[in-house]
Design a protein. Structure first.
Length: 375
């Protein structure tokens, strides 16, 4: 008998498979199609020739843990202990899974804000805990009244994603004030903060749980080298949490993967001396602006994009189809693959919005926009 009977092939796999089948331009899955920094590739080549191919310490390569602690302080003004409060993980997904498995117990409740990424619910169910899916407002901002009505003495965790996938929105100061008020009422609730797009923000920098004195000891933050450095296939990220919680997370981590790829950690440790993560926002803002300008010649209505490398577009003025049928027709008839939003909701909400990934070369974005202009 299946533990996850409702889990089927993900919409990301379906749309990418269709893109291959129909020769469509793939703006569905969230990964770049431009080259990785040559300096990083050269560092990987260098380290493969050294005898560093055995297990590293379970928590990660100590110099890299130190670099992450320094980055956290430089970015957010938060001092963390690299040996007890930082963990290298096999991608952000493993960090999320290990955290939920370690800190959530049977029959406890976990709040998820929809539309939400699909890796949140499964580890909750595998804990025999209860996911409570709450929709965001129509502008994809948190509905604090609904969140407050849902939170109770049995709530163990709330998962937040900022900058947000799939919508590209970022939280305001007021959002954090509202969250902190709720946490004052429920002192046992943990915040799991998915911040994998933390360095990909535009006009306004995102506010991190690291910035918030009241949240630092109440939160577990998840970060991603894969997203920050365009190396999604490396599957390497990191978790920051207080020592007490990190002890529990490490217990799960050691039996999931034990330790993470040694060559990748050595290369990233060197690379962090060469790269400025603060420049990432400008790099992707140029891509966002380029894509948005191209899309003005299409019949789509573009929603605000404040962070991440995703652009939400409404097709209300184009079709009354549900979003899955519409995106499939985009592939078949117009040769462009996008992602419908309904699979990000517990009840498959129809918003008549779809998600495009603009982390692509300019020529790819141009060709996609030319095809979409024919709608």
């Amino acid at each position: 008998m299946s533990k996850l009977p409702h889990i089927t092939t993900s919409i990301f796999s379906i749309m990418s498979q269709m893109a291959n089948e129909y020769g469509a331009i793939n703006l569905s899955q969230g990964f770049p199609n431009f080259p990785v920094d040559e300096r990083l590739k050269n560092l990987v080549a260098k380290w493969t020739k050294n005898e560093i191919h055995q297990y590293l310490p379970m928590a990660g390569f100590p110099p890299l843990l130190e670099k992450i602690a320094n980055l956290t302080y430089a970015s957010y003004g938060r001092k963390v202990n690299p040996s007890s409060e930082v963990l290298i993980t096999a991608g952000a997904t493993e960090g999320i899974f290990a955290t939920i498995q370690a800190l959530v117990n049977k029959n406890e409740e976990v709040i998820i804000l929809d539309p939400s990424y699909d890796c949140y619910e499964t580890p909750i169910l595998l804990c025999n805990a209860i996911p409570k899916r709450i929709p965001l407002n129509d502008d994809f901002k948190p509905n604090w009244e609904l969140i407050g009505d849902t939170m109770n003495a049995n709530t163990r965790m709330i998962i937040i994603n900022n900058p947000h996938n799939p919508t590209g929105r970022i939280w305001s100061e007021n959002d954090f004030l509202q969250l902190e008020k709720l946490l004052d009422l429920y002192p046992n609730v943990i915040v799991l903060s998915d911040e994998v797009y933390e360095y990909i923000t535009f006009e306004n920098r995102h506010i991190s749980v690291h910035h918030r004195e009241k949240l630092r000891d109440r939160s577990v933050s998840i970060s991603s080298f894969g997203k920050s450095f365009h190396i999604t296939g490396w599957k390497i990220g990191y978790v920051v949490a207080s020592e007490d919680w990190m002890k529990e997370i490490k217990k799960v981590h050691q039996f999931l993967v034990f330790s993470v790829n040694s060559v990748a950690q050595y290369a990233l440790n060197d690379y962090m001396d060469l790269v400025q993560v603060a420049d990432l926002g400008k790099f992707y803002q140029n891509k966002r602006d380029f894509f948005r300008e191209l899309m003005t010649k299409t019949p789509f209505e573009l929603l605000p994009c404040e962070g991440s490398y995703f652009q939400i577009a409404s097709y209300k003025g184009i079709s009354f189809e549900n979003d899955i049928d519409f995106t499939k027709r985009l592939v078949k008839e117009f040769g462009v693959a996008a992602i419908p939003l309904s699979p990000f909701y517990a009840n498959s909400n129809q918003t008549q919005c779809i998600r495009f990934c603009f982390a692509k070369e300019e020529e790819t974005l141009k060709k996609a926009a030319e095809r979409l202009q024919k709608l």
